[in-house]
Write a protein that binds this ligand. Sequence first.
Ligand code: ATP
Length: 327
Amino acid sequence: MLEVKGLKKIFTSGFLPRTRIKAVDDVSFHIEKGETLGIVGESGSGKSTLGQCILRLIEPTAGKIIFNGIELTALDNKALNNIRPCMQMIFQDPDSSLDPKMTIGQSIAEPLKLKGNNREAVKSRVLELIRQVGLSPEHVNRFPYQLSGGQNQRAVIARALALKPVFIVADEPTASLDISVQAQILNLLRHLKEKYALTMLFISHDLELIKHMCDRVAVMYRGKIVETGKIEDIFHSPLHPYTQLLLAEEADSEVNVSEIKKTLRTTCPYYQECLLRSEICLTKTPELKELKNQLVACHHVLEKSTQQPYQDRYAGKTGVTSDQLVA
Ligand SMILES: Nc1ncnc2c1ncn2[C@@H]1O[C@H](COP(=O)(O)OP(=O)(O)OP(=O)(O)O)[C@@H](O)[C@H]1O
């Protein structure tokens, strides 16, 4: 369904000196039809940029995106607009996704009208979508400020589904909602995904959400994928030291992984924080390679055949016992 090859996005800003930020750095992966791939990583690791590059809401600097056999990165705007209805994005904040001057019904109707549907067809489809996302007809004529955050996010989902997409990028779709509403929206997404056999890229910094929503996960660090594999494999036996630390952080909230020291750039993006680093990490960029059931980019993990279980390695650092981590 979707193949991403060597994707890069470099942002430049300022004058003399110009700053270059490698937000996405040579990322490759695929997503099968009907599958949900999670992208996890801390703030600034490039998750949102990756999601937006895939839909070409941001132009990638290099690389290829192939969707159902069509190379999106080679399309002009007209051809891209023809394909856009098949691919939709759900953003984190429903308030900035919905036009405050439009009613919920008008927002959901907008893509249908742009596609040339007549008035009656638009009206009945809007009502159908409203029902599918768990809103009621009385919400159609309300403005976003007259609904709760969760209801607005339901409306955003309804609009995203209006043109019957097959691929959805959901970028932290519950991050701005109350905890009590988050589960409802996640369950709605899961239900709709199954009902319409949607393929999904699900972006989150929260491993628990990724576990709940995804079939596979790719772990991003400083613009690169450092490890990818099935949910059960990554959660049971993470190979990359950064994945291990993320999981250890989940087990012990006192470890703050996001305290990243930002200065040193080396060949391995995780070098500065890594407990296992050595000479080779400074001289040779680790590439994603197959090990056990995962793909992992770490010289140490790949070169050492016998691994100390990650729980033991991190137990000292996090102050919890390996038994607690396994539990
Ligand atoms: N338009 C832009 N111009 C310059 N730099 C940008 C731009 N957008 C993002 N960046 C930078 O690119 C890097 C990746 O940002 P991105 O928003 O993709 O990360 P993220 O993992 O989604 O973070 P978060 O979880 O906080 O949303 C960051 O260093 C960010 O500051």
